[in-house]
Ligand binder design. Structure first.
Ligand SMILES: Cc1ncc(COP(=O)(O)O)c(C=O)c1O
Length: 347
């Protein structure tokens, strides 16, 4: 649903929209690799109330604070966010009557800034890069300073709060398992805080230990201990390791370049009209490489964290791509010769 429209909803309608959290659909498409059409399932988290997997996280973080009696009528929630979680928290704070301060940085998309503001969030823009060349540590310092300045601020702490992986353990993981009737050979999840991967990974380790869990990260991110470098992909990646991911929760990590992720986003959209965000493009790119190396693998799920509408001014804008010096070509699709929509969809 369009955020401007959400902002105008009466409380009863906001409540109805919040009920649509989770139970997101799964759509299948085929990737043609080496002349063979390989089916993959896309779990479309864009169908959540504000359009991303972070609606689950935002809900879980607030619920955990409420359960501990840490939120009161005049509380203001505060969080460092590069975008989607900020939109999700803006929505749930509006719904529940809490204030919300989103500590963001210049990489936050215009689309997400507009959504947060429309939903009543106060924006704190941090524009000084930290010692790692990113903004995460600067954002966290601002959160800390604000929390010191007033007792009314409550930090949800998506980076360390166990409620983050927990909500994916209790909702995202079981949904995928049930939609696939327990038959998942490989599951691909993009990482930033690592909350989604840790929660879904833990669930599958218990429910289906033979499922391969693959963490997908951006080249230049350090989540899996790889060296830092500049990157254009947003939503995915981090300038410090995850506090949630441990080696026993995944089987493999794969790194994807900006151009590969964006090429999958654009080609998927052109051939199937499914418009996904950059981290989903990365996940599908990693999945394609994996399928090429594993001809025996059949039941595959790509967790698509958000939709393409957040990226109208970036990934889906030719001028922006050109300005970034990114020229997308068929080469960036790696082993994939063609993407074909298959109409079946699982709710
Ligand atoms: C688009 C997108 N993909 C993937 C992720 C990664 O989620 P997590 O923080 O659970 O690792 C995020 C997190 O913000 C995101 O916004």
């Amino acid at each position: 649903m369009d955020t401007a429209a959400i902002a105008d909803l009466a409380p009863v309608e906001l409540n109805k929209l919040a009920q649509r959290l989770g139970n997101t659909p799964m759509k299948s498409v085929h990737l043609v690799i080496g002349g063979v059409a390989r089916k993959i399932h896309l779990k479309l988290e864009s169908e959540n109330p504000t359009g991303s997997v972070k609606d689950r996280t935002g809900y879980g973080l607030i619920q955990a604070l409420e359960a501990k009696n840490l939120l009161h009528k005049n509380s203001t929630i505060i969080e460092s966010t590069s975008g989607n979680l900020g939109v999700a928290l803006s929505f749930f704070c509006k719904l529940k009557g809490y204030g919300f301060v989103a500590v963001v940085d210049p990489k936050t998309t215009q689309e997400n800034l507009g959504k947060m503001q429309a939903l009543g969030a106060q924006i704190e823009m941090v524009d000084t890069p930290d010692e790692n060349g990113g903004y995460l540590l600067s954002r966290l310092r601002r959160v800390h300073d604000l929390c010191e300045s007033s007792d009314s601020y409550v930090w949800t702490n998506q980076y360390g709060n166990p409620a983050n992986p927990q909500i994916h353990y209790s909702s995202t993981g079981p949904e995928i398992y049930e939609q696939m009737q327990g038959e998942v050979d490989a599951l691909f999840v993009a990482v930033s805080t690592g909350g989604t991967l840790a929660g879904v990974g833990q669930y599958f380790r218990e429910a289906s230990p033979t499922t391969s869990i693959i963490g997908v990260d951006a080249h230049g991110s350090v989540v899996f201990g790889t060296p830092p470098a500049p990157r254009k992909l947003t939503g995915i990646g981090s300038s410090r390791p995850s506090s949630f991911i441990t080696g026993n929760l995944y089987d493999l990590h794969m790194l994807v370049r900006d151009e590969e992720a964006f090429a999958f986003c654009r080609t998927l959209w052109e051939t199937t009209s499914i418009k996904v965000g950059g981290s989903s493009g990365a996940v599908i790119a990693a999945c394609a490489q994996y399928l090429q190396a594993h001809p025996e693998v059949k039941n595959v799920v790509c967790l698509c964290a958000d939709g393409g509408d957040n990226y109208a001014n970036s990934i889906y804008n030719d001028e922006w791509l050109q300005k970034q010096g990114l020229q997308l070509s068929k080469e960036h699709l790696g082993p994939v010769e063609e993407i074909i929509l298959k109409t079946s969809s699982i709710r």
